[in-house]
Design a binder for this molecule. Structure first.
Ligand SMILES: [Zn+2]
Length: 153
């Protein structure tokens, strides 16, 4: 990522940046393309710098895919270390907001505010609900659990 400018934006800082590579490849990663389809601005909320909110204005290019057998006609260049596809938060902020015990609802929102992050409690609950179910071990017994006072048969 190449930083073009750092400017004040309200109470925060705006980092204007771009991806310096001349070409990019779609998810199939077979043939890189340098044929630019269009450009757009991608705003990413980053972790705060001290108590100053940081927003990254990433100038992003959309390319035509160079592989004729690929079903993707156009694709946007990505910086996986910075942000995942379609994300509006950086990887660093997403990692910070990962659900953990006590990190949901109002308590989590208050804790985030102390870290300088403005976040709605509903977002923290949504992130918690989006977690995958824990992997189940091998099932050894399937059926109702017996209570100590109940004898069957
Ligand atoms: Zn492709």
């Amino acid at each position: 990522m190449h930083v073009d400018a750092v400017t004040r934006m309200g109470q925060g800082v705006l980092i204007t940046a771009r991806i310096p590579d001349n070409d990019s490849a779609c998810q199939s990663r077979t043939i890189p393309s340098c044929r630019v389809h269009s450009r757009y601005r991608r705003l990413l909320t980053d972790v705060t710098c001290g108590d100053v909110p940081v927003t990254i204005d990433l100038r992003t290019r959309r390319f035509f895919c160079g592989n004729r057998s690929c079903s993707t006609r156009t694709f946007a260049e990505q910086v996986p270390a910075l942000a995942q596809r379609h994300a509006r938060r950086t990887v660093a902020l997403s990692t910070l907001l990962e659900p953990r015990p006590g990190w949901a609802g109002r308590a989590g929102a208050r804790l985030a505010a102390r870290l300088g992050i403005t976040v709605f409690r509903s977002l923290l609950i949504r992130l918690l609900r989006a977690l995958p179910d824990p992997a189940m071990g091998q099932i050894r017994v399937l059926g109702p659990m017996r209570t100590s006072g109940l004898q069957i048969g």
